[in-house]
Design a protein around this ligand. Structure first.
Ligand SMILES: [Zn+2]
Ligand SMILES: [Zn+2]
Length: 361
């Protein structure tokens, strides 16, 4: 079958190959025919080496498709079921799950070092899947709890987005920051995840939502999705002075994943306000806060991983809000390609012109 492969970390182009097989089918696992997948910024970060990921690998972790086959012992799923891919499934029995912090469950991640694909006759023959999934492929084999059934009225391309970017962004506002009605919010970084934070903040009833991004097209998009103002990064200090009287925003979301923007976000947060860190950053990029400001300004620093709450509940909430017309998910898909056009999709994401590119497989 066909899949897009990153041969080694640091390359900026993928190769679409037709000699790839999904491996590991057996008890407790399911085989899924991927129908649609989104390109998330984390895929680029894995390709460049910002996020740790063994190579060669198939990127993609935001996908949806149809169950082809279920292994022994799998209940609640059958061939033909429509599912979205959950790249961070909860086991239900580890200490994190028992505490109710199912988004911190690492049980599913323990398989991340096991190859998901192979290329018979190639060297190396073992191929990994990014985040244990690898959705830039026609088929994947995953643990049954990575395949979450979706209602019939949710198209694959919408379900794919809910599988990562939308859940991450909405959840940061709903679950982690718990944005209060009437509050002031700034969102730094307005790609697909940042726009989802904007939509989440609007759904929470934020009075002011200031979107911050260097790309004009993204600022314009943010206004369409509910931001009350959109500024370039160099205009943020002025916006803070004008909108908050210099005090700072009640909530600032960092959706870039760099210490420099996190520091700006910290300084843009009011005393006693909340800095919510959503961006996925690098192991060697250190965020610094001095001990005086840390205690004296009492700013809450809240990281948010994959929406920071029960992911199954977060999926349901996203679908309910989308169905009611309270959030716009179709509008997030600015570009569409087939798998052969995957490198065009990477360029669109790097140039900042795409919120989400949907790859039909
Ligand atoms: Zn667990
Ligand atoms: Zn993602």
């Amino acid at each position: 079958m066909r899949a897009a492969v990153q041969h080694e970390t640091g390359r900026d182009k993928l190769e679409v190959l037709d000699d790839v097989e999904a491996v590991g089918f057996g008890p407790g696992r399911v085989r899924v025919r991927i129908r649609a997948t989104g390109l998330c910024h984390s895929d680029l970060s894995a390709m460049s080496g910002v996020l740790p990921q063994p190579a060669p690998f198939v990127p993609g972790h935001e996908g949806a498709g149809e169950i082809l086959d279920v292994g022994d012992g799998v209940s609640g799923l059958k061939a033909g079921d429509r599912v979205l891919m959950c790249w961070l499934p909860a086991c239900g029995s580890c200490p994190s799950c028992k505490r109710g912090q199912t988004h911190l469950c690492l049980a599913g991640f323990m398989n991340a070092g096991t190859p998901n694909f192979k290329r018979p006759g190639a060297s190396p023959s073992e191929v990994f899947g990014f985040a244990g999934t690898g959705t830039f492929a026609e088929e994947v084999v995953v643990a049954a709890n990575c395949a979450v059934p979706i209602p019939d009225d949710v198209p694959y391309e919408i379900a794919a987005l809910i599988g990562c970017g939308v859940t991450t962004g909405l959840g940061a506002a709903f679950n982690t920051a718990k944005v209060e009605a009437g509050s002031s919010v700034a969102v730094i970084g307005c790609g697909g995840v940042g726009i989802s934070v904007v939509q989440g903040a609007r759904a929470c009833g934020a009075a002011q939502i200031t979107a911050v991004d260097p790309v004009a097209a993204r600022r314009e998009a943010a206004l369409r999705f509910g931001a009350t103002e959109a500024v370039a990064p160099e205009e943020l200090a002025d916006a803070k002075a004008r909108i908050t009287g210099g005090e700072g925003f009640d909530y600032v979301f960092e959706v870039v994943g760099r210490s420099a923007t996190a520091r700006t976000a910290y300084e843009t947060t009011r005393r006693g306000g909340t800095l919510c860190v959503v961006g996925a950053g690098a192991l060697d990029d250190t965020f610094q806060v001095n001990m005086f400001e840390l205690f004296f300004d009492e700013k809450r620093i809240l990281p948010s991983l994959y929406g920071g709450g029960d992911v199954l509940r977060s999926y349901e909430r996203a679908i309910a809000l989308w169905r009611a017309g309270r959030i716009d998910l179709e509008g997030l898909i600015t570009h569409r390609v087939r798998l052969d056009g995957i490198n065009d999709a990477l360029d669109q994401m790097r140039s900042g012109t795409a919120l989400r590119t949907c790859i039909e497989i």
